[in-house]
Ligand binder design. Structure first.
Ligand code: 5RP
Length: 233
């Protein structure tokens, strides 16, 4: 028997449904990763079956497989490709719409497609909105060879780094779609995300970090059971 959806699942569905109303015929879309984005892709797939004409590029192999299965036309990466709208979840967002992303390990492709999008719309259940980022450990995508030195450098910054294990096998590290590792960093409350982002960008071997700053143009967050649109404050 399928378990009944939790309140959080219902909020994710609601946020995804609200985001679908932002989609117009002819749009090129960036498709996010994670359970909230999967809800959006499922609802988008139903709209495509009903005649909506869009094309998209996915931020992970998992989202790509889901979109393909639902008949959403997919575009391969190419020079000059830009997206009208990217819709993606987040692990945390603050009221300035600064994000922590990468809980699903897709941060590199997410940041790439979302930087190539005219508009990033974040969709989130109520648990994701926080006054200060940092309760959720900050993911870094790291080239395997460089891992020991990245761990040393992040520890020096106070990040208490942990190499993410493979799903279902704690004895082996997780690999991203690009065959890199993920390091989850416990900085505690991140008082100055911009400064931390600059510090992480100085460390060789970190391909990308999960701080998404100045990228989100709006967020749909469920509050009191209703979708609320937040803009950077
Ligand atoms: C994947 C992500 C996801 O957007 C983030 O982890 C949120 O996932 P979910 O919607 O399952 O809570 O950044 O890399």
């Amino acid at each position: 028997m399928t378990p009944a959806p939790t309140l959080q699942d219902q909020e994710k569905q609601l946020a995804a449904a609200a985001a679908l109303r932002w989609v117009r015929d002819g749009m090129l879309l960036g498709l996010g990763t994670g359970s909230t984005s999967a809800q959006f892709i499922i609802q988008l797939g139903a709209a495509v079956q009903n005649g909506l004409k869009v094309q998209g590029t996915a931020t992970s192999l998992a989202s790509e497989a889901l979109a393909r299965q639902l008949g959403i036309p997919l575009l391969e990466p190419r020079r000059g490709l830009r997206f009208d709208l990217a819709v993606d979840g987040a692990d945390e967002l603050d009221h300035q719409l600064r994000l922590i992303k990468g809980g699903g390990g897709a941060l590199l492709r997410e940041k790439t497609l979302e930087t190539a999008s005219d508009y990033l719309l974040v969709i989130a259940d109520s648990s994701k909105l926080v006054p200060t980022l940092g309760r959720f450990p900050l993911p870094l995508e790291v080239v395997p060879f460089t891992l020991p030195w990245v761990l040393d450098a992040v520890a020096k910054l106070g990040g208490a780094p942990v190499v993410r294990p493979a799903v279902g096998d704690p004895s082996t590290p997780y690999f991203t779609d690009q065959r890199n590792h993920i390091v989850d960093c416990h900085f505690g409350q991140i008082a100055d995300p911009e400064q931390l982002a600059r510090q992480l960008e100085q460390i060789p071997g970190i391909v990308e970090h999960g701080l998404f700053l100045g990228l989100a143009k709006a967020a749909i967050v469920i509050q009191g059971g209703q979708p609320m649109v937040l803009k950077p404050g």
